[in-house]
Design a binder for this molecule. Structure first.
Ligand SMILES: Cc1ncc(COP(=O)(O)O)c(C=O)c1O
Ligand SMILES: N[C@@H](CCCC[NH3+])C(=O)O
Length: 446
């Protein structure tokens, strides 16, 4: 059993997070419930700030796609980090939280005109331009707004990270960024330098997510520095900034061995410094954008056990009141999670079961083959490490309302996202007049 952050087992044998008994949290707020350990979230921000900003002068921006809401934006700001947003919605959330816009980086491989306008209007720190189409449109929009857009260009460095196929991004065959190897990155730089309303500040790359091999970061840093040097030789343009993305892996399951943030910072920066020195070029201002390694371990999800189906000799299915709607990762990436019976933490593990969700979908399984004290209806199941890419990827499939989220710290629990109810589900539904009249006719003929 790996208890993370402020998790501990109290004298009643219940799991506590942030000094709050999870059984009490479930009673008070209902289940499924996302629980965010504030101390751990902040501790993870601080680990980055110390290792990157204090040690190496690197700007750390939190990838809000992992978990974004107003309270999270406030904590990130208080901890001195910037913000990576990847849509108008994430940008709007940051703006509403009054996040300093100069510290916001706006990503996306197909930003809409409205999103680009919003970014210019809010004066975000940098727009991370992904492709030629965006470059052209941004130049026009910045011209209309009589400004110059400060951009960095997203490049595809051709670095293969060892992670799940769907969460790799730095390889050549990817929808993101301009490829270095085939010359399109260089063409992009030259194009930027011709555009009157574009101010090119530097380059970006992101090699993937849930990465444990720090060598991949060193390799990416070297490849990007090689490109900076080639561009300088060919065009005289010297990049001031280099954003090396995020992606550090976290503990989900037995066998995952996360690398310390300090080691990540040192390995990456050493590689970059040595490569820059070999070209006799200055080290650019570096930015990193971690997400999962900040929010992931800080989140847990509480579920109530319901129906149990035993197929003797085959499998015991233990169904909970959530599933792929609040955590689509197991269904999408076969991700593995650890779980405990939160109301019986001190009991011996007794049997192997599989945890099913409640969606009408055979693939809605949260965990296959986990050993637990024999679960019973009414037990409280806690799934750990759900802070990243759970709430942010949640959905209303089967018209299931999304869970609430509470922030826990030192025995206090505050709702930071309200539970959806059925009225939220039909809020945007509209019955056109012609259907309305036929419904009325039907009703009156009955
Ligand atoms: C461009 C970019 N930056 C940062 C991140 C954050 O990655 P992670 O949550 O793995 O740290 C991602 C997600 O993979 C990304 O696509
Ligand atoms: N959503 C993925 C990671 C994608 C990273 C975003 N570029 C996950 O849950 O692991």
């Amino acid at each position: 059993m790996k208890l993370q952050g402020t998790m501990k087992v109290n004298k009643n044998g219940h799991l506590e997070i942030g000094g709050c008994d999870t059984v009490e949290l479930a009673k008070r707020f209902g289940t499924p419930l996302y629980v965010i350990d504030e101390a751990l979230f902040r501790q993870n921000c601080r680990a980055y700030y110390r290792a990157f900003t204090e040690e190496h002068g690197v700007e750390v921006i939190y990838a809000s796609k992992t978990l974004s809401n107003l309270a999270v934006c406030h904590m990130v700001e208080q901890e001195g980090l910037g913000l990576d947003v990847v849509s108008g919605g994430e940008l709007y959330t940051a703006a509403t939280a009054r996040f300093p816009m100069g510290r916001v980086y706006f990503h996306g491989n197909n930003k809409s005109t409205e999103e680009l306008r919003l970014a210019l209007e809010y004066k975000v720190g940098r727009i991370v331009v992904d492709n030629f189409y965006e470059l052209e449109r941004l130049n026009e929009l910045a011209g209309e707004a009589q400004t110059r857009a400060k951009i960095i260009l997203r490049l595809s460095p051709g670095v293969e990270a060892h992670t799940h196929e769907y969460i790799k991004t730095g390889q050549i065959d990817s929808k993101f960024g301009l490829v270095i190897e085939n010359g399109s990155a260089m063409a992009g730089v030259k194009y930027c330098l011709e555009l009157p309303h574009i101010e090119l500040k530097g380059f970006h790359c992101h090699i993937g997510s849930q990465i444990f091999e720090l060598d991949s970061y060193a390799h990416a840093a070297e490849t990007m520095m090689d490109f900076i040097h080639t561009v300088y030789r060919e065009t005289d343009y010297l990049a001031e900034e280099l954003n090396l993305g995020g992606g550090l892996g976290i503990y989900y399951f037995n066998g995952d061995q996360p690398r310390p943030v300090k080691e990540y910072a040192d390995v990456m920066m050493r590689a970059l410094q040595e490569r820059a020195a070999s070209y006799d070029l200055p080290v650019p201002r570096v930015i990193v954008e971690p997400g999962r390694s900040i929010s992931g371990p800080a989140g847990s999800t509480l579920y109530t056990v319901g129906a149990i189906k035993d197929i003797p000799g085959i499998r015991k299915y233990v169904a909970v009141d959530g599933g792929m709607g609040d955590n689509p990762r197991p269904a999408l990436y076969q991700s593995k999670y650890e779980a405990y019976i939160a109301n019986r933490m001190l009991e011996e593990v007794e049997e192997k079961v599989s945890i099913a969700g409640k969606c009408c979908e055979s693939g809605d399984m949260l965990i296959w083959d986990i050993e637990l004290p024999a679960p019973q209806a009414g037990d409280l199941l806690v799934v750990a490490s759900t802070g990243a890419y759970n709430y942010s990827m949640s959905m209303n499939y089967n018209r299931l309302p999304r869970p609430a989220m509470v922030l826990v710290s030192e025995g206090k629990a505050d709702v930071i996202v309200k539970r959806e109810d059925y009225t939220d589900l039909i809020r945007n539904d509209v019955i056109p007049e012609r259907l309305r009249s036929s419904v009325m006719k039907l009703a009156s003929s009955r």
